[in-house]
Design a protein around this ligand. Structure first.
Ligand code: PLP
Length: 409
C-alpha cells in the first residue's frame, strides 16, 4: 500500500486543476459537495457511453452487465459500512430521500397520535422537516435535545427525553455546521436501554469518521454519494433487516413488486421493496468507485491528514481579529463555521471568491442552529482529503483582507 501523498491525491481530482477568476481554485466547500476523482468520472463515463441498459429486467448482455455492477456496488457499500447483509442496503437518491423514506414508512407502521420523535438541535433540515411532516400527519410530537455553547450535544440530558411514547431518536453523526462528532455509539446504547431505535444521519460522518453500522448498532444509517467523492443523485439507506422487514413500501412502481393485479399486489423482498422505478445504477457504480478510491488511500491515512488540517485551521483561524468559530467542542472534523465582527457572510464570500476561494455562507441548511447562536448566517470552510495547509493560509490571508476592507480592523 503506497503512503498518502497529497500531491498525487490532488492530481487525481480534475476539478482542482482549474483556475477561477484567474486564481488557482481553493475549494473549501466539500461539506456541501465534494469534488470527484478521475476514477469516479471515468466509471460514470464508461457506463453512460458503453454499458447503458436498464437493470433487473432484460436478459441481454448490457442489461446483465449493468445489473451486476449495481449489485456489486451494493456489496461494496455493505462492506464499507460493515452491514451484515446486502438486503440491508437500499439505494436512494441521497440522504434526504433516505430520511424521507424512513420518516414515511416507519411513521406509517409505528407512529400514532401523541407519540414522540426525539431529534437534536444540531440537525440538518433534512433530518428535521421529514419528521415534522410525519408529526403533522400523525399528530405526533417533536422533542429536541439541545447543544451547549461549544456545540456539544447535551447527551447527559438524553434520559429525560425518553418516555414510553418515544418511537425513534434521530441524530447526526457529525453536524454540517459545527463539525462536532457526536458520540453516536454511546447515544445508541442509551436509547436502546430505553427501547428506542436510532436513525443516524451519516451525510457528514461517513466522510470523516468510521461508519461501522454493526459496531455503532444503529437501526438506520443514511448518507449521500456526492459528499463522499461520488456522484450526485445516489445515496444509501442502511436499515437492520428486522426493521426494514416490518416497514411498508414508501413508493410504488416497477422493480418493487412480486406480482401486480387489480385485486392484490404483492411486494418484492428486501431491498427491492424500497427501490421503486428505474434505479440510479450508474450512480451506484460511481459511488462504488468512490468507495474503492477512499479505501485505496486508506481511511486511517485520510483521517490523520484531515485531523492535521483541522488542528492547523484552529490555530490559524484564531489569529483573525473579530472571528468567532462555532463548534469548538472535541472531537471535531474538518468543518469550520464562523462569523466575523462587522462583516456580512455574503460579502466575505464574494471577496474570497474573487481570490479563487470557495466557501459556503448563509444558514447552512440549519436554521435551528442559527437561532441557537442568534445569527442570520455563518461562513463555512469545510476541508476534505485533498486540501492543504497552504490553502488554509490562503483562506486566513483572504479573511484578513476582508476584515481590512469591510470592518476596518
Ligand atoms: N444531513 C447532513 C448532516 C448534511 O450535511 C446534508 C447535506 O449537507 C444532508 C443531510 C442532506 O444531504 P443531501 O442534500 O445529499 O440529501
Amino acid at each position: 500500500m503506497k503512503p498518502f501523498d497529497i500531491t498525487t491525491v490532488r492530481n487525481d481530482f480534475p476539478a482542482l486543476q482549474q483556475q477561477v477568476h484567474g486564481k488557482p481554485l481553493i475549494y473549501l466547500d466539500s461539506a456541501a459537495t465534494a469534488q470527484k476523482p478521475q476514477c469516479v468520472v471515468e466509471a460514470i463515463d464508461e457506463m453512460n457511453a458503453k454499458l447503458n441498459a436498464n437493470i433487473h429486467r432484460a436478459v441481454h448482455y448490457l442489461a446483465i452487465q449493468c445489473t451486476e455492477r449495481y449489485e456489486q456496488a451494493r456489496e461494496t457499500v455493505r462492506r464499507f459500512i460493515n452491514a451484515q447483509k446486502t438486503q440491508e442496503i437500499v439505494f436512494t437518491a441521497g440522504t434526504t430521500a433516505a430520511i424521507n423514506l424512513v420518516a414515511f414508512s416507519f411513521g406509517e407502521r409505528f407512529v400514532r397520535r401523541g407519540d414522540e420523535i426525539v431529534l437534536t438541535e444540531a440537525e440538518h433540515h433534512s433530518n428535521i422537516v421529514p419528521w415534522q411532516l410525519l408529526c403533522e400527519r400523525k399528530g405526533a410530537v417533536l422533542k429536541v435535545v439541545p447543544v451547549d455553547d461549544t456545540g456539544r450535544l447535551q447527551t447527559e440530558r438524553l434520559p429525560e427525553f425518553f418516555t414510553d411514547k418515544t418511537r425513534i431518536l434521530c441524530v447526526t453523526q457529525v453536524s454540517n455546521v459545527l463539525g462536532v462528532v457526536n458520540p453516536v455509539k454511546e447515544i445508541i446504547r442509551l436509547a436502546h436501554a430505553h427501547h428506542v431505535p436510532v436513525l443516524v444521519d451519516g451525510a457528514q460522518g461517513i466522510v470523516h469518521e468510521s461508519a461501522d453500522v454493526q459496531d455503532m448498532d444503529c437501526d438506520f444509517y443514511v448518507f449521500s454519494g456526492h459528499k463522499l467523492y461520488g456522484p450526485t443523485g445516489i445515496g444509501v439507506l442502511y436499515g437492520k433487516e428486522e426493521w426494514l422487514e416490518q416497514l411498508p413500501p414508501y413508493q410504488g412502481g416497477g422493480d418493487m413488486i412480486a406480482s401486480v393485479s387489480f385485486d392484490k399486489t404483492t411486494y418484492a423482498g428486501l431491498p427491492l421493496k424500497f427501490e421503486a422505478g428505474t434505479a440510479n445504477y450508474i450512480g451506484a457504480h460511481g459511488l462504488a468507485a468512490a468507495i474503492n478510491y477512499i479505501q485505496k488511500q486508506t481511511r486511517a491515512a485520510i483521517h490523520a491528514h484531515e485531523q492535521q488540517l483541522t488542528a492547523y485551521a484552529a490555530r490559524q483561524l484564531s489569529t483573525v481579529k473579530g472571528l468567532r468559530t462555532y463548534g469548538t467542542a472535541t472531537p471535531k472534523t474538518s468543518v469550520w463555521s464562523f462569523s466575523m465582527e462587522g462583516v456580512h457572510p455574503s460579502d466575505a464570500a464574494a471577496i474570497l471568491d474573487k481570490l479563487g476561494i470557495a466557501v459556503r455562507t448563509g444558514r447552512l441548511c440549519a436554521d435551528t442552529l442559527m437561532q441557537r447562536f442568534q445569527l442570520q448566517g455563518m461562513i463555512r470552510a469545510s476541508l476534505a482529503l485533498y486540501n492543504t495547509k497552504e490553502e488554509i493560509d490562503a483562506l486566513v490571508n483572504g479573511l484578513q483582507q476582508v476584515q481590512k476592507m469591510l470592518s476596518g480592523h
